[in-house]
Design a protein around this ligand. Structure first.
Ligand code: SAM
Length: 299
């Protein structure tokens, strides 16, 4: 057990990278370094470059290994950051998306429903817009957009109206303030409902879906032929983007054709269906229960 974060689908995802001992690999979500350490175990003279935007994750960096480079940045800047390291092509990339256990259990950052804290929710403290800003400054249509697009709510107006009404009386600053806005939702539905609200705000704060799209598009350019793309996602919005990108090379889910009418499919799909954790893994690490792993190889 790793107190920072237990790596999810570790063997399945690292096998999916099909590691060449002298290849160049990127772990764009270092976290506690579980996946990175396993990659290093399989490298000889290869290289591993890891990213994380959270300074707390950077503290876990792997020291005294000349094959390893840690980059404190958002993975949406992957291409620029790799060029700075003189890397223009890679043999594999792994992304284990979302939030680490450490971030969830930090009772000061507002990621979890469990702890009353300011609604910060930033993975990177350099980002200026936090959850408090969004909840108190976004207008109704902006709030509707995030609850619809980031949490699949079909009637986002009901939620945004409750927020607007509450903030006219008092600013919404903390986890408890936000819970209080929805205290009328029945207790059986309350936790799942609030979790979706929290997810929508967190995704907006960290621009998670835009960052994912930007990173995947650049990964396609960076991967060498037969290079592997391995992605673990934890909710349907991310998984849909990953699935479409691997299948069609775009996010719309529509086939693109070249000038001659041939289908443009940049990847060979390795996992026809997403790989999910075994019952054993879920019983040992309940946080893994929603994980979906998808793997493809660049053609
Ligand atoms: C689920 S954890 C990864 C855990 C890791 N695989 C391990 O075994 O410990 C996700 C990590 O990715 C980081 N992260 C999420 N989105 C990011 C982004 N856009 N750019 C850089 N890091 C990001 C988070 O800060 C967090 O540390």
């Amino acid at each position: 057990m790793n107190s920072f974060h237990d790596p999810v689908l570790l063997d399945e995802s690292i096998t999916g990278l099909d590691i060449k001992p002298n290849g160049v690999y990127v772990d764009v979500t270092f976290g506690g370094g579980g996946h990175s350490k396993q990659i290093l175990n399989m490298l000889l003279n290869g290289k591993l470059i890891a990213f994380d935007q959270d300074p707390e994750a950077i503290r876990n960096t792997i020291k005294a290994d000349s094959r390893f480079t840690m980059i404190h940045d958002n993975f949406r800047h992957i291409k620029k950051a790799l060029v700075k390291c003189n890397i223009i092509s890679i043999d594999g990339l792994i992304a284990d998306l979302g939030v680490s256990s450490y971030q969830f259990s930090d009772n000061n950052r507002g990621f979890s429903l469990k702890y009353d804290a300011p609604l910060d929710m930033r993975m990177n403290d350099k980002v200026t817009k936090d959850g408090v800003f969004i909840l108190n400054n976004y207008n109704q249509s902006e709030l509707n957009r995030i609850f619809k697009n980031h949490a699949d709510f079909h009637s986002p107006n009901v939620i945004s109206s409750a927020i607007l009404q509450a903030r006219r009386v008092n600013k919404i600053n903390t986890v408890q303030d936000l819970k209080d806005v929805f205290s009328n939702v029945s207790t059986t539905q309350n936790i799942k409902f609030l979790a979706r609200i929290f997810q929508a705000i967190r995704i907006e704060v960290n621009e998670e879906l835009d960052a994912l799209k930007e990173m995947l598009s650049q990964a396609l350019e960076l991967l060498s032929p037969s290079g592997r793309l391995v992605v673990i996602s934890y909710h349907s919005l991310e998984d849909r983007l990953v699935k479409n990108f691997m299948k069609f090379g775009n996010f719309s889910g529509l086939h693109e054709k070249d000038f001659f009418g041939n289908l443009l499919t940049p990847f060979e799909i390795i996992t026809k269906k997403p790989v999910t954790p075994s019952i054993r893994e879920i019983s040992q690490n309940n946080k893994s229960r929603s994980a979906k792993l998808r793997i493809c190889a660049k053609k």
